[in-house]
Design a protein around this ligand. Structure first.
Ligand code: MCA
Ligand code: AMP
Length: 517
């Protein structure tokens, strides 16, 4: 049974054992060995020290994807700092919120943004840069310092990272993840998926979220595997790499796009041993199509920012389409009645609750909010609805939380609705996720205008865009005379979802209810 105390410990052991092994291969560019990576991590750790970063300090990074950004994360773990990765799509106002809330000691940005951020961010945050071409002030400084060898001692309960996740109130919350959370979840996944130093992982996910950083990244670092490191996902590039790889981890949109390629077939995937999907529901038809084209059953697993990975379909055994498999080692999953909280029998639908070493420590500086998300006996309430069947397979059948998952990114409607409601001429709005052929769900706004007002789709999108990451912006804005409400006055989003269910599958120009302008 695999086990280690921290991700940095596991990585260092691999680097010392096999320094010449490739940690990352950058197609068309170069390779980075484990030995070189260990040295660079030590140098970056020395820079962190020199910038006054001590145990517990937050280090925020809003940088484009690079191997060096992954090494910066490891350097933070080495000095006991708390890594805070930020989506590169976040706008200035979104970033300002995170900085004010997390109070990072250091903020790392792309080289081109350095001057602007040094002028804008509070003086309490030192600003440095890190680019995608092995450039930036962090690496300049690292080149002049000897690598720090020692690691700051940490307990399993000490913070390793904070990942922000939005909420139903629209105010993002920082999920505090400990060294123990990351190490235990990584070890459980290594064993569950038999992921070893012989694996060659195509890494095409962003590294500011759990999936790309803690699942794909941690597993490769801890196993001593090689990452074929891509700056972003592109279906044809990825298919071209299959003959040289063994594993792909992706969101369902990866697979939706892959099956559209005439180049995907059994021959191209002959060397691949495992295709994994998560972060959003994988349509059963995509699972079937992929299997027909390649002979591989995609292994679907389920997780959350707050919990890391919770369940997985089996490596050996039936990978059931439409299910997310069994609870991982040491993780307890149960289904409870949404009203009474009573634990449900097999087959009954209810709230999915989770307990285990993978479950986060709480929301940063929000003890009351944290308390409301846990049951009295210590289970975390995921906000997902599901069931466990007679064979023990967990299925997710819906969500108790008002959330849209677009291409694997979470979007909380409340955050968008608050912005739309502020647009002149808008009376009220409701944001829902509608089925979308590429992104799974597409963020869609239904707006009621004030009497006589004429704000149109373009005006509304233009008004909210400056403050909102691109992936959160509605793909469409529809108009209605009123929003459907239940007797309690609550907007019936299910009615809106049903009414407009085919919006994105209709030929362009068709509008479902004729209400769009
Ligand atoms: C890009 N766009 C999007 C998205 N991505 N819009 C909505 N949702 C998205 N996810 C916008 C672009 O800004 C662009 O807009 C237009 O859509 C088309 O962009 P395109 O080039 O096609 O997109 P892409 O760059 O190929 O990106 C699609 C993607 C990417 C590869 C699916 O979104 C992605 O890498 N998603 C993975 C997210 C992820 O890692 N989630 C894991 C979270 P325009 O042209 O108008 O500017 S961790 C998690 O959920 C838990 C813990 C778990 O279980 O893993
Ligand atoms: P986040 O907290 O942003 O990481 O998103 C976690 C949410 O993504 C979960 O609560 C689920 O709603 C969803 N999710 C993750 N994996 C799956 C999956 N395999 N199937 C369905 N939903 C998933």
């Amino acid at each position: 049974m695999t086990s280690f105390e921290t991700i940095h410990d596991a990585f260092r052991a691999r680097a010392l054992a096999a320094p010449d092994k490739n940690l990352a291969e950058r197609p068309g560019r170069d390779t980075v060995t484990f030995g070189a990576a260990l040295n660079q991590v030590g140098r970056l750790a020395a820079v962190l020290r020199a910038r006054g970063v001590v145990k517990g300090d937050r280090v925020a990074a809003q940088v484009d994807k690079s191997v060096e950004a992954l090494l910066l994360y490891l350097a933070c773990l080495q000095v006991g700092a708390v890594f805070l990765p930020l989506n590169t799509g976040y706008t200035d106002s979104e970033v300002d919120y995170f900085v004010q809330d997390a109070e990072p000691r250091l903020f790392v940005c792309p080289p081109g943004d350095l001057e602007q951020l040094r002028a804008r961010l509070p003086a309490t945050a030192t600003v440095e840069s890190l680019g995608t071409r092995s450039d930036g002030t962090m690496l300049d400084a690292a080149a002049d310092l000897p690598a720090l060898e020692a690691s700051v001692a940490v307990d399993a309960d000490d913070l390793a990272a904070i990942l922000y996740t939005s909420g139903t109130t629209g105010r993002p919350k920082g999920a505090m993840l400990t060294h123990g959370n990351l190490a235990s979840n990584c070890a459980a996944l290594l064993d569950a998926w038999q992921f070893t130093g012989d694996d060659r992982l195509i890494h095409a996910l962003p590294i500011f979220h759990t999936h790309g950083l803690f699942v794909a990244g941690n597993m490769s670092l801890a196993a001593g595997a090689t990452m074929i490191f891509l700056e972003k996902f592109d279906a044809e590039t990825v298919i071209g790499l299959f003959p040289d790889a063994t594993v792909l981890m992706g969101v369902p949109t990866f697979y939706t796009r892959l099956i559209q390629s005439p180049n995907l077939n059994e021959t191209t995937v002959a060397r691949m041993r495992l295709f994994i999907s998560g972060s959003a529901p994988l349509l059963a038809e995509v699972h079937v199509a992929f299997r027909t084209m390649t002979g591989h059953a995609i292994l679907e697993r389920y997780g959350m920012t707050e919990t890391g990975m919770i369940t997985s379909n089996p490596l050996d055994g039936e990978r059931r389409a439409g299910t997310v498999g069994f609870a991982l080692r040491d993780v307890q999953v149960r289904i409870t009645d949404r009203e009474s909280g009573a634990v449900q029998p097999r087959g009954a639908t209810g709230a999915i609750e989770v307990k285990g070493p993978n479950v986060f420590k709480g929301y940063w500086r929000m003890p009351e909010k944290t308390a409301t998300e846990f049951t009295d006996d210590g289970y975390f309430v995921t906000g997902d609805l599901g069931l466990i069947d007679d064979d023990g397979y967990v299925s997710i059948v819906g969500r108790d939380k008002d959330l849209v998952i677009s291409g694997g990114y979470n979007v909380y409607p409340k955050e968008i609705e608050l912005l739309i409601d502020d647009v002149p001429g808008v009376l009220e709005s409701a944001v829902v996720g509608l089925p979308h052929p590429d992104f799974g769900e597409a963020v869609t706004a239904i707006v009621v205008r004030q009497p006589g007002a004429s704000a149109d789709e373009a005006a509304i999108i233009a008004a909210i865009s400056p403050g909102l990451a691109r992936y959160k912006q509605p793909k469409r804005v529809l108009f209605a005379d009123e929003l459907p409400r239940n007797v309690m006055g609550k907007v019936q989003k299910n009615v809106l979802r049903d009414t407009h269910a085919t919006l994105y599958s209709e030929p362009k120009g068709a509008t479902g209810n004729g209400g769009r302008e």
